[in-house]
Design a protein around this ligand. Structure first.
Ligand code: SAH
Ligand code: SF4
Length: 368
């Protein structure tokens, strides 16, 4: 008996430093069988980690004390810490600055639209796509988030949401910091847990992944059994303008992007959402609206017109609400579903990467 225990410990030691909540269900099974445990242990731990939101081994009361101690001694769990919460006085939305275990920071937002709560989730620390209107771009890419950090981020905002609003967020949008498709492996791993009924239990219909248009990766999302909704941040109607404001367009020009989108097995998805941040004098002309109509021809689509959230030292300007309405009318007259996205949490810099950048400027934290 003694020998078996020692062997087990040795095998576990091989796994030392393993972060259990970075493992998929399959990987957890491999892990538990390799340390001499029955397969069902993996299922128990999986439920504790994800559906029961447990972040310590002591709470896993249906595991033996010995196993709990072994896991505690030889494995790790992802730890996230709330660094700052900012509440919108206008609509009750909340912005949460989260400190990761390596002292990097990400932000998540709980968007409150009357009774509907949506979690705006980060996929990377910073972003390397370089969009000129976006604060996250200024940080550059520090690193990808692990799948554990993505899942724990959602659990963390759900805990805050439960405390504040008495319920979890019903919808998730990957529109926080980072380009989700630039962190595809961890995104897919996290989605698997987010969508699993023994994981976080979200329906794929309630999840939207937003991309700047990493054209060749979009199809990978559609290959998933339960593909989430896709939003494309189009933001321009000519390559000249898009190249200028979104460097990703140099690699995947508008025609390539839209041709790839037309090839998607859309019977699974009713519509593709196109995000369009309105920038004064850049992409807001009536000619732009007319070009947009032509570009979207043949694509079951919905357009979200987004008011530009002015960033510090910005080279761009906001347009008036009346101007957005005129742009919208051209689209709707042509039969395109175009919505003006309400600017939620405006007073807390609710758009992409803004709180984080402020925090960096204050010099208040040790971000490298
Ligand atoms: N990287 C992904 C998801 C994160 S950005 C993407 O680009 O789609 C989420 C959305 O925020 C994108 O539609 C982007 O165009 C928008 N955005 C970025 N900066 C903004 C700003 N200053 N004001 C309004 N929207 C902004
Ligand atoms: Fe990255 Fe999206 Fe910001 Fe572009 S808009 S820099 S892709 S986070």
């Amino acid at each position: 008996m003694k020998l078996k225990k020692e062997e087990e410990i040795e095998q576990l030691t091989e796994f030392s430093d393993i972060t259990l909540d970075n493992l998929s269900k399959q990987e957890l099974t491999v892990f538990f069988t390799s340390i001499g445990e029955k397969k069902f242990r993996a299922e128990q731990v999986y439920k504790w980690l994800y559906s029961k939101y447990s972040d310590d081994f002591e709470s896993m009361t249906d595991l033996s004390k010995t196993l709990r101690e072994k896991l505690k001694a030889h494995t790790k769990l992802t730890k996230l810490e709330v660094a700052q919460i900012t509440r919108s006085k206008i609509d009750g939305s909340m912005k949460i600055l989260i400190k990761l275990s390596d002292n990097n920071y990400i932000e998540s937002v709980i968007l409150k639209d009357s009774e509907r709560l949506t979690g705006c989730i980060s996929s990377q620390i910073g972003c390397r796509m370089g969009c000129k209107f976006c604060n996250t771009a200024k940080i550059g890419l520090i690193r990808n988030l692990t799948s554990g950090e993505i899942v724990r981020q959602i659990q963390l905002i759900n805990k805050i949401s439960l405390d504040e609003f008495g319920k979890k967020v019903s919808n998730l949008v990957f529109m926080g910091m980072g380009e989700p498709l630039d962190n595809m492996d961890n995104l897919i791993k996290a989605l698997d847990i987010i969508l699993d009924e023994n994981g976080l239990g979200y329906s794929h219909r309630k999840i939207t992944v937003s991309t700047s248009g990493v054209s060749n990766k979009i199809i990978n999302l559609f290959e998933l059994k339960n593909a989430p909704n896709i939003a494309i941040s189009l933001n321009a109607t000519t390559d000249e303008t898009r190249n200028r404001i979104m460097p990703v367009n140099n690699k995947y020009p508008i025609k390539t992007l839209l041709t790839d989108i037309k090839k998607l097995p859309l019977q699974k998805r009713k519509r593709i959402t196109f995000e369009y941040v309105m920038l004064k004098g850049i992409n807001d002309s009536i000619d732009d609206a007319k070009r947009l109509i032509k570009l979207l021809k043949g694509i079951p689509s919905k357009v979200n017109l987004i008011s530009y959230n002015i960033t510090k030292d910005s080279e761009f300007q906001k347009i008036s609400y009346e101007h957005i309405l005129r742009f919208q009318k051209v689209l709707t007259d042509a039969g395109i579903c175009a919505l003006i996205r309400k600017s939620l949490g405006e007073d807390i810099d609710g758009a992409c990467g803004q709180l984080y950048a402020k925090y960096l400027k204050q010099g208040g934290c040790d971000v490298n």
